[in-house]
Design a binder for this molecule. Structure first.
Ligand SMILES: Cc1cc2nc3c(=O)[nH]c(=O)nc-3n(C[C@H](O)[C@H](O)[C@H](O)COP(=O)(O)OP(=O)(O)OC[C@H]3O[C@@H](n4cnc5c(N)ncnc54)[C@H](O)[C@@H]3O)c2cc1C
Length: 473
């Protein structure tokens, strides 16, 4: 087990002097820095929060902390859902949110250099100003690009464009000993030894601090239209998904949602964009499809095929969402799902499993039945196009200890079922602290030992983000 030292006032003064006045919190630290968006996975106040502005400052901080064996947890915007940036061993939070510069675009090679604290919404909007698209589109737009890369965030457009990993060309990273490394190159291909770049993507701040990124962009598709497909129930809705993919419709996004979450979202936001009754039939589940491209006529041709496929699969109708205000309302309702669930529940835990697309309905049925069996309320929605399900265990008027016990039973059974279906523990949120035990169950001791060996090569003193993914405290 790693050994850590207490942060003395003297060491804190040295670290504070690296970042300068107004760039740290020491005596009066905001409680937010004790956890991410899932405090159920643990909460601990750091001893010092630092907001460096440059790679060189990060390097100096890491060198001091490594020498004195002070734990360091990197934090972006803190919107993670796996307890990834929770400083379990105390010590320093190194927050990247003052490193928020979009450094510049290379229009010939279609990429952009950014600091890690640039927020997703700011990069996406700025790229559009250049008529370029940054395709990854996780639901939480205020997360940082450094956090998105470190969790390999996915989101709504992954079914067509892939996940954040597919857009990282190169990074500057500071190793735990303070050494600065340029990893990857801004080129389209590489068969140049082990991919250290792809090892860092999704490493959740356990191997190095990412201090600059070169991200790939694409020409912005000029047109997009969304379609709401209402169905009797989730089984019918999900049965349409492989058919939509097989028909070569190449959707930009393909989301599913059940009626209960749509109703909750409508009640909370006043936004009734999903019809509950269509042609006299009560909708129990929906598929939301977006088609994009440069030619409206070509999109409408694909829409005709979509209508045929939807009809065969049992959709009541295909509702076209093409007005900008309609699109905004539909996607605002979709984006509000997690916030609505959070607002409704006193206690919340979540699964982010990824199963083969043809197992989505069976997985959801199993989890809902398991929830009933153990007395836990289940809410779910997710990315139908890539089998990534967001399943929430919600608790009200229940003691936290009892809630955790019940949820552990639900999760144990659900992850075992996902494993049986050939699924992964996390599709996009990461492992952090919250999913460590399930990762070990899924991958086995040998794979975890390999991961721990890699961690040890990068970070022999174990100071970076202790207790996460494959390391114990
Ligand atoms: C309402 C809501 C909706 C969401 N929807 C989605 C979704 O659709 N898809 C999805 O994938 N996620 C989603 N998330 C989860 C979250 O937004 C992502 O995990 C996001 O990538 C986290 O970014 P962050 O800047 O907040 O990272 P943080 O929470 O601050 O950190 C996350 C992890 O990355 C590490 N890290 C952060 N920055 C760096 C860096 N520069 N160098 C090294 N390590 C670093 C941290 O140590 C930690 O382990 C959602 C969250 C919320 C609250």
């Amino acid at each position: 087990m790693p050994h850590y030292n207490e942060l003395t006032d003297e060491l804190a003064a040295k670290l504070k002097s690296i970042v300068g006045e107004d760039n740290y919190e020491y005596e009066d630290i905001n409680e937010d820095y004790a956890h991410d968006e899932m405090p159920i996975y643990g909460s601990r106040m750091p001893d010092l929060v630092l907001f460096p502005a440059t790679t060189e400052q990060v390097s100096e901080i890491m060198a001091v902390c490594n020498e004195h064996e002070i734990p360091v947890t990197v934090r972006g915007a803190g919107t993670g859902l796996a307890g990834g940036c929770t400083p379990l061993a105390g010590g320093v939070i190194l927050c990247t949110m003052h490193m928020d510069q979009i450094i510049g675009y290379d229009m010939n090679n279609l990429n952009v250099r950014v600091q890690p604290g640039v927020r997703l919404c700011d990069l996406a909007a700025d790229a559009l100003e250049h008529d370029l698209m940054y395709p990854p589109d996780p639901g939480e737009k205020t997360g940082s690009i450094g956090g998105n890369v470190s969790t390999n965030a996915g989101g709504m457009r992954a079914v067509k464009y892939g996940t954040t990993r597919d857009y990282v060309e190169a990074v500057t990273a500071v190793l735990p000993n303070g050494h600065i490394m340029k990893i990857g190159r801004a080129v389209a291909k590489s068969s140049s030894g082990y991919s250290l770049l792809h090892l860092l993507v999704g490493s959740e701040g356990t191997l190095a601090v990412i201090t600059e990124l070169t991200m790939k962009l694409i020409p912005n598709p000029q047109e997009n239209i969304s379609f709401i497909l209402p169905f009797t129930d989730i089984n019918e809705a999900i049965s349409a998904v492989p058919k939509i993919k097989l028909a070569g419709l190449n959707p930009q996004s393909l989301e599913f949602m059940e009626r209960d979450i749509v109703d909750s979202s409508a009640a909370a936001t006043g936004n009734n964009v999903f019809p509950t009754e269509v042609q006299g039939q009560e909708a129990g589940a929906y598929i939301l499809v977006t088609l994009d491209g440069n030619d409206l006529d070509e999109i409408m041709q694909r829409a005709e095929t979509l209508a045929e496929v939807a009809d065969e699969a049992g959709a009541f109708d295909v509702l076209v969402v093409d007005e900008p205000s309609q699109k905004e309302a539909v996607w605002a309702a979709r984006s509000a799902f997690l916030t609505v669930i959070e607002d409704e529940a006193d206690l919340l835990d979540e699964m982010d499993v990824c199963v083969p697309v043809d197992k989505i309905a069976a997985m959801l049925k199993f989890v809902h039945e398991t929830g009933v069996k153990y007395g836990v309320r289940i809410r779910s929605f997710g990315h139908a196009g890539d089998g990534n399900l967001h399943i929430y265990c919600a608790g009200n008027d229940i003691d936290e200890g009892e809630f955790k016990e019940k949820v552990a039973k639900v999760m144990h059974d659900a992850y075992a079922k996902a494993e049986e279906f050939g699924g992964q523990v996390s599709g996009e949120h990461g492992i952090g602290f919250g999913k460590k035990a399930y990762l070990r169950e899924s991958l086995g001791n040998e794979a975890i030992a390999l991961m721990a060996g890699i961690k040890n090569v990068f970070d022999p003193k174990g100071i970076l983000n202790p207790g996460k993914v494959c390391s114990d405290l």
